[in-house]
Design a protein around this ligand. Structure first.
Ligand code: ZN
Length: 127
């Protein structure tokens, strides 16, 4: 495959790549990457990817970054007391051992499926 040049990456109508495509550093100001949105306190907010930027690289696939429309972005949702409570409840559930029902004090490792005491009763007694 012929190596992409920066000029090849200019496809604002998406004719070549299927979605509007701009060369690195040449994206319009009304589009931003997820990280750029985040630095402005915004998130994509469920919108579809609007465009991509491509950065050709020597002997490798081009770097791709997806762009979102700034005008459709939403503010990052701040943590409210209700959202903190939901978060706490979720973490409590993840610390609860399904076998002995105790709060293990740590998130139950998915590989064990129970707290360490239930997973290794012999070692716990010997210790
Ligand atoms: Zn247990």
């Amino acid at each position: 495959m012929k190596r992409l040049t920066l000029a090849d990456c200019f496809d604002p109508t998406g004719e070549r790549f299927g979605i509007p495509t701009f060369p690195w550093r040449c994206a319009p100001n009304d589009l931003a990457t997820r990280r750029q949105l985040r630095s402005r306190g915004l998130r994509p907010g469920g919108q579809d990817i609007a465009a991509q930027i491509l950065r050709p690289r020597r002997r490798r696939e081009p770097l791709t970054a997806y762009l979102y429309r700034v005008d459709l972005a939403r503010p990052v949702r701040p943590m409210t007391p209700g959202r903190w409570r939901a978060h706490e409840a979720m973490m409590r559930a993840r610390r609860r051992c399904p076998r002995c029902g105790a709060d293990a004090g740590y998130v139950i490792p998915p590989t064990l499926g129970t707290c360490v005491t239930c997973a290794y009763p012999e070692e716990q007694r010997a210790a």
